[in-house]
Design a protein around this ligand. Structure first.
Ligand SMILES: [Zn+2]
Length: 316
């Protein structure tokens, strides 16, 4: 049972300009240009503009959303992984690393979710930046499966950790972060009830999950679904013909009502298995947002409604 690469959370107060004088000058120039632009445009924001915003880089768009909910106007958040892209295999181009270098807070999940990004983060993160691993130390399933946020109760813990990290980096904003987090946590409590109610609307014998990748053990445990199978353990690996045949057989023998693909993956194998077994192909979101599902709340709400629609049966 490997723990993968763990990066320690550090809060050193070294001056970031020690890292690279050149990049520091570039950052300074960019900051001056931004300030000049802000002045020229009369300033869009209330407050004193860009100099006071806390720059944050998150690995996933999902985590960017959580930081934005808590940070509001006081933060400027970018994501390393573009929407609709698979985090497990993504390697960012230099253009996306610029903001990572400027970030005061870097937010990642940990537990090897960002295996292809850990090196990039380690090499480019400012030495004075804080690294927040959202899943660190939480109770995990299946030997450290990283997808904890698909249980909203874990999502709420992520939000609390983001609140505390922002308050520590920017103590002047602590009250605002606390108020924003309180409001958002209230929204997530309601969301958790919605997901619970959606799954409870499904007859117990139909609460079965077949998905593309192994992203849903926390959804299953949190809301009472049975994990029946998936196409790949980890994205980037092709399933063998035998594995696909086994999956098709499982779908039939378990009387699985529908299978779920994830929008960021082309799931031809799942389409074929579903066609052979004669069941519908539906969608569940896991790691990636897109133009249809733009926030964490929208993601979980979509999943709840899709589970109820595709597994619910509605009598027929
Ligand atoms: Zn995943």
């Amino acid at each position: 049972m490997t723990h993968g690469t763990r990066l320690a959370t550090r809060q050193t107060t070294r001056v970031s300009c020690l890292v690279s004088r050149v990049s520091c000058l570039a950052i300074l120039a960019a900051a001056l240009a931004a300030a000049a632009l802000g002045a020229a445009c009369g300033g869009g924001d209330s407050g004193t503009g860009t100099s006071k915003t806390v720059k944050v880089t998150a690995t996933l768009g999902l985590f960017r959303d959580l930081v934005q909910q808590v940070g509001g106007d006081r933060v400027e958040v970018s994501a390393l992984v573009p929407n609709g892209t698979d985090v497990h295999t993504y390697e960012p181009p230099p253009s996306r690393i610029v903001k990572l270098r400027q970030a005061k807070l870097v937010v990642m999940n940990g537990l090897v979710l960002e295996a292809s990004l850990v090196g990039v983060i380690r090499e480019n993160k400012s030495s004075s930046a804080t690294l927040l691993e959202l899943a660190a130390g939480l109770a995990t399933l299946e030997g450290n499966n990283p997808h904890l946020w698909l249980d909203v109760q874990n999502g709420m813990t992520y939000v609390e950790r983001i609140r505390d990290a922002l308050a520590s980096i920017d103590p002047a904003g602590a009250d605002i972060y606390r108020a924003n987090a309180d409001r958002y946590l209230g929204e997530l409590r309601t969301l958790n009830q919605e997901v619970t109610a959606a799954v409870e609307s499904i007859p117990p014998e139909r609460r079965k999950l077949v998905t593309f990748h192994d992203a849903f053990p926390y959804l299953a445990q949190g809301y009472g679904l049975q994990l029946v199978g998936f196409v790949v353990t980890s994205p980037g690996k092709e399933p063998s013909a035998q594995e696909v045949a086994n999956l098709t057989q499982t779908i039939a023998s378990e009387h699985v009502p529908a299978v779920f693909k994830e929008p960021q993956f082309s799931a031809r194998v799942l389409d074929l298995a579903a066609r052979d077994a004669g069941v519908e192909v539906c969608s569940l979101y896991s790691d990636a947002l897109d133009t249809n599902v733009k926030t964490y709340v929208e993601l979980m709400r979509f999943n709840a409604q899709e589970l109820a629609r595709c597994l619910g049966g509605a009598g027929g």
